[in-house]
Design a protein around this ligand. Structure first.
Ligand code: PEP
Length: 251
């Protein structure tokens, strides 16, 4: 039995004061909706106020990225132990915007994942194909390869702390959404690769979210797919009513 995880990715939005106000508004709206885990991944400076505002609620807080080194001359970066020490629970790794604008590769995604796991963080590992790949009919090859590279050297006992977010790049922030059939098929491919790497039980237990313009109107049909275990939500996670509607769909 896999549990739904509904996670927001705020990207570069919200100040610390806006963060506290948002969570105060959201908390009563999602209170008691415990059939899914609810996570908000927020900009670094918003993490501490988010944790404070979310105390005593069912909202968990995550970061949007983490560096793979423990410390050193990496100006502007944040380590996994820094995130852990202030109470961060989750971290997004490998988001397509990081891959596209900040030159992240499957190799660095793999290193970041390992660093986050070593520090005791839960990882939301994003992967997904570009529009060109889908049009060329090579989605399966791309997501399979990404899964194998991103999980290289990650031991089976760490899988319980990893969520995969299948995010077709052409659907992120574009208003285009994968059809339920497309989402289910791609999540199923990823689940099969996890099975090849770690065995059938691991594949069965792996939580695989869909992300890409999920919103209050399309969440229910996407979440109804056999292989879709939740959502990673950008734009719609910035509005308490829309985000709550997605939590409701999961419940
Ligand atoms: C995301 O940021 O991971 C995302 C899926 O964004 P959006 O929901 O806005 O497409």
């Amino acid at each position: 039995m896999r549990r739904y995880v509904i996670a927001g990715n705020w990207k570069m939005n919200m100040t610390p004061a806006q963060t506290a106000a948002f969570i105060k508004e959201l908390a009563p709206m999602v209170a008691g909706k415990d059939k899914c885990d609810i996570v908000l991944c927020v900009p670094f400076v918003d993490i501490a106020p988010a944790i404070e505002a979310a105390k005593g609620t069912n909202i968990k807080i995550g970061a949007e990225n983490v560096h793979f080194k423990e410390s050193g001359a990496y100006t502007g970066e944040i380590s996994a132990s820094m995130l852990k020490e202030i109470g961060t629970e989750y971290v997004i790794v490998g988001h397509s915007e990081r891959r596209q604008y900040f030159a992240e590769t499957d190799e660095t995604v793999n290193l970041r994942t390992k660093a986050a796991l070593a520090a005791g963080l839960k990882v939301i590992l994003c992967l997904g194909e570009l529009l060109e790949a889908r049009q060329a009919g090579i989605t399966e090859e791309i997501v399979s390869m990404q899964t194998k590279l991103d999980f290289a050297g990650i031991p089976a006992e760490d899988l319980k702390n990893i969520i995969i977010a299948y995010e077709p790049v052409w659907a992120i922030g574009t208003g285009l959404t994968a059809t339920p059939a497309q989402a289910d098929e791609a999540c199923g491919i990823i689940r099969r690769v996890i099975g090849d790497l770690y065995g059938a039980k691991a594949a069965e237990e792996m939580i695989i979210q869909y992300g890409g313009s999920m919103n209050d109107a399309n969440a229910a049909e996407l979440l109804a797919c056999e292989n879709v275990d939740g959502g990673l939500i950008g734009g719609a996670s910035l509005k308490t009513d829309k985000f709550t509607a997605i939590v409701d769909a999961a419940n």
